[in-house]
Design a protein around this ligand. Structure first.
Ligand SMILES: [Cu+2]
Length: 164
């Protein structure tokens, strides 16, 4: 059942507009990267994306960009009171043949110490480092402050979708 779901997902991804699958390095494909606009004078921002691994097991080791002084890989966990807290992770596993989503409320790329506010409509270059696949750099668009995705998930997403 899981294999079937994966095959189906691969078919759907393959049917997306070519531009959506342009970000590739080795067996790794990056889909729908986006960052959220930073609010006011907020010093931190976050970036999200979907990683599909068509090859053997790999790991996302690091992310880097010029827009922040430090860039970390983070996850969210619930504490004893049920409050969501972020914590840094050493790496993000991308198992063979699987898709890992970095999305609001879960794994994310944390942009620590923004040099300038992230403005909706802007974009900035981000580099990801994978243990096996190596480095990949791409432009990541800045969406609204409450954006949950860059193109409406599995639907065809041309251009920007306003979520607020
Ligand atoms: Cu974070």
């Amino acid at each position: 059942m899981k294999r079937l779901t994966c095959a189906l997902a691969a078919m759907i991804l393959a049917a997306l507009p070519a531009a959506a699958a342009d970000i590739m390095v080795g067996d790794i494909m990056i889909f729908e990267p986006f960052a959220r606009a930073s609010a006011g004078r907020a010093k931190n921002g976050a970036a999200f994306l979907t990683i599909t691994n068509k090859g053997g097991a790999d790991r996302l080791l690091a992310a880097s960009t010029d827009v922040s002084t430090k860039t970390e890989l983070h996850t969210h966990t619930m504490d004893a009171e049920g409050v969501a807290r972020m914590r840094q992770v050493e790496h993000i596993d991308v198992p063979a043949g699987e898709t890992v989503m970095l999305q609001p409320g879960g794994l994310h790329v944390m942009l620590m110490g923004l040099k300038a506010p992230l403005k909706q409509g802007d974009s900035f270059p981000l580099t990801l480092r994978f243990e096996n696949a190596g480095d990949v750099s791409f432009d990541i668009p800045v969406m609204g402050p409450g954006a949950k995705g860059s193109g409406g998930g599995m639907q065809h997403g041309h251009g920007m979708k306003k979520t607020n």
